[in-house]
Design a protein around this ligand. Structure first.
Ligand SMILES: NC(=O)C1=CN([C@@H]2O[C@H](COP(=O)(O)OP(=O)(O)OC[C@H]3O[C@@H](n4cnc5c(N)ncnc54)[C@H](OP(=O)(O)O)[C@@H]3O)[C@@H](O)[C@H]2O)C=CC1
Ligand SMILES: CC(=O)N[C@@H](CCC(=O)OP(=O)(O)O)C(=O)O
Length: 342
């Protein structure tokens, strides 16, 4: 084993998925596991699917308990990582699954999260232009949000190639695990089963500035994003539909060529064969994003659809992929490219 990792937030959904993936990782050993209200309990009571770790006891989330590891994964609610991260050594690789260090503009953070900005770390989406280079050797990684992961994978190629007006409409459906494990009335089975609902409508969802930030990095034109999340009755998965107006004279062939070029060498982003459309079931449990693109000639718009597993490529898988790059390991260690079906 090359590196030893601690995990803060081991009782949650993102933490549970990090542990599931680390159990199959040949170069990372699982060290201390921490929680909040569940500190003191056996992991087997909280994450019963993680049988090899069932007798591990969760400890309190403190910098002292997380010390002595090569890697520290933080899978805590927003706003909980900032102060803790500052107490961790500069030589330790700290990988934050929360939002605290994703945004470059302090004003964006304050507007959408309503607290002081903790700072900005390298963004853990290797498939973005320059994304991989930013992660090599880093000791701090901000793991992207689940919606921004799939939205940026869908929108960046056409934007970077200047094929569209960078004024995107993104509507994305998420399963309920995206909202975390803490009980909330709107996530009760009786509220969610048999119903799909919109929320965070009208440009107020906190992932809007994160998507805009990713697009601004690839174009000098002014960027706008109208993002609408929806909640659908499934546990995992996000299906994002992204559309933008084509620039005059741009052909469907040019659009497809841009996506083919962007992802031809990417192991975890798969441009589907023409005519085949993404479904969340294709990527259940896999660190893969599936993408399809076409041109709606009558509307003069490009339509890009992408699917990810929010807990895999959308959080834990993406975190481990970026960790592998930072540690100089093969990028795909511990990660699956194939989904579970049916
Ligand atoms: N779920 C998803 O699809 C995605 C999640 N993320 C991000 O990952 C992070 C974790 O999300 P998720 O796993 O879904 O959330 P959960 O609610 O499932 O888990 C939260 C974890 O944080 C712990 N915790 C909560 N409050 C405190 C505290 N005050 N001090 C110490 N520990 C605390 C909880 O411990 P306890 O159980 O003991 O209370 C639990 O282990 C969030 O920032 C989220 O935004 C990112 C992308 C996707
Ligand atoms: C369904 C659902 O509620 N999803 C969450 C997104 C969770 C996520 O991945 O993003 P963060 O890491 O930024 O929390 C939401 O809309 O707030």
């Amino acid at each position: 084993m090359g590196a030893k990792a601690a995990l803060a937030g081991a009782s949650g959904y993102a933490g549970g998925e990090i542990l599931r993936l680390l159990l199959a990782h040949p170069e990372i050993e699982i060290g201390t596991l921490t929680a909040g209200s569940n500190a003191g309990r056996r992991l087997g009571e909280l994450q019963p699917h993680l049988l090899p770790l069932a007798d591990r006891v969760l400890v309190e989330t403190t910098a002292e308990n997380l010390a002595g590891h090569d890697v520290v994964f933080l899978a805590l609610p927003h706003g909980q990582s900032g102060a803790l991260a500052k107490q961790l050594g500069a030589d330790v690789l700290v990988v934050d699954c929360g939002a605290d260090f994703r945004l470059r503009e302090g004003a964006d953070w304050e507007e959408f999260y309503g607290s002081p900005h903790a700072g900005t770390w390298p963004y853990g989406l290797p498939e973005l232009p320059g994304g991989r280079a930013a992660l090599v050797g880093t000791r701090r990684i901000a793991v992207p949000g689940c919606y921004p992961t799939v939205s940026l994978l869908c929108t960046v190629p056409a934007t970077a190639a200047d094929l569209v007006e960078p004024d995107w409409v993104v509507v994305a459906a998420s399963g309920t695990s995206g909202a975390g494990k803490a009980p909330k009335p709107h996530l009760l089975g009786s509220e969610v089963m048999g119903s799909a609902s919109a929320y965070g409508v009208g440009g107020v969802h906190r992932h809007t500035p994160e998507i805009v930030q990713g697009l601004r990095a690839v174009t000098d034109a002014p960027v706008t994003v109208s993002f609408t999340p929806t909640l659908v009755p499934m546990s995992r998965g996000i299906l994002a539909t992204c559309t933008a107006r084509l620039r005059p004279g741009v052909t469907a062939e040019a659009v497809r060529a841009a996506y083919t070029a962007a992802y031809a060498d990417e192991g975890f982003v798969h441009l589907l064969a023409e005519g085949q459309w993404p479904a969340t079931a294709m990527v259940y449990g896999a660190n893969t994003a599936v993408v399809q693109v076409t041109v709606d000639e009558r509307a003069g718009r490009v339509v890009v659809v992408g699917a990810i597993d929010n807990l895999a490529k959308g959080t834990a898988g993406g975190a481990i992929q970026s960790t592998n790059i930072a540690l100089g390991l093969a990028e795909d260690l511990g990660l699956s490219k194939t989904g579970v079906a049916p």
